[in-house]
Write a protein that binds this ligand. Structure first.
Ligand SMILES: CSC[C@@H](O)[C@@H](O)C(=O)COP(=O)(O)O
Ligand SMILES: [Zn+2]
Length: 205
């Protein structure tokens, strides 16, 4: 398969993923961004400012491993949050950023992290094979300076075991996977688990 064929195939998959994620209400207005790493290390990512449920092929572009545009288009404002994950985890091939309701609300109830344990659906996450697992999802303060936010995330990742996702307070979350399919599975499972925790703790208050 030529590089161009691979890009076209991945662009189609990102467009379909966007439609699915939007159908769930997880990328309202023009929020969210998605990417997939190609076999040559370049990254196919959504351009900035488009509705992610209505993407067309021209709305998927290429950046290098440092987030620099390779085709003159303007990449997602949050590209550095994608590239920092690809740099930290060599086996990660896809990154998804939804602005789902429960991820957005999470920091109103939880301060530095959300802990997920005793849920069967944890097994939808990579390398988890029992509900008796304890998963930590860190919560970072939102920041309009994405380079600074990416540095905060990088510092956390450098000093902790591998995680499946992180939340940005009042903003949304990032999750990833060894394939786009796995990243989508993580997204769907985590959004459900965030809702469980928010309903549980919201009721308790
Ligand atoms: C509609 S506000 C959302 C943006 O500020 C941002 O957080 C976002 O997720 C989308 O930015 P984008 O540049 O389109 O990738
Ligand atoms: Zn965002």
């Amino acid at each position: 398969m030529t590089n161009q064929d691979e890009f076209k195939r991945i662009a189609g998959q990102l467009i379909a993923a966007g439609r699915f994620i939007d159908s769930k209400g997880w990328v309202p207005a023009t929020s969210g961004n998605f990417s997939v790493r190609l076999s040559d290390g370049r990254i196919a990512i959504t351009v900035s400012g488009k509705h992610k449920g209505q993407l067309e092929t021209e709305d998927i572009m290429l950046v290098d491993g440092d987030g620099q545009s390779l085709d003159g288009k303007k990449p997602s404002a949050e590209t550095l949050l994608h590239t920092s994950l690809y740099q930290r985890f060599p086996d990660v091939q896809a990154v998804l950023h939804p602005h789902s309701l429960h991820a957005t609300l999470a920091a109103r109830l939880f301060k530095d992290e959300m802990v997920l344990e005793d849920y069967e659906l944890l097994k939808a996450l990579s390398d988890i094979d029992t509900h008796q697992s304890r998963i930590v999802i860190p919560i970072f303060a939102n920041d309009q300076n994405i380079r600074r936010l990416a540095a905060v995330v990088k510092n956390y990742l450098d000093h902790h075991d591998a995680i499946h996702a992180y939340i940005i307070a009042g903003h949304g979350f990032y999750t990833w996977g060894r394939s786009l399919e796995e990243a989508l599975r993580h997204l769907e499972a985590l959004e459900f688990l965030f809702e469980c925790e928010i309903r549980l703790h919201g009721v308790k208050k």
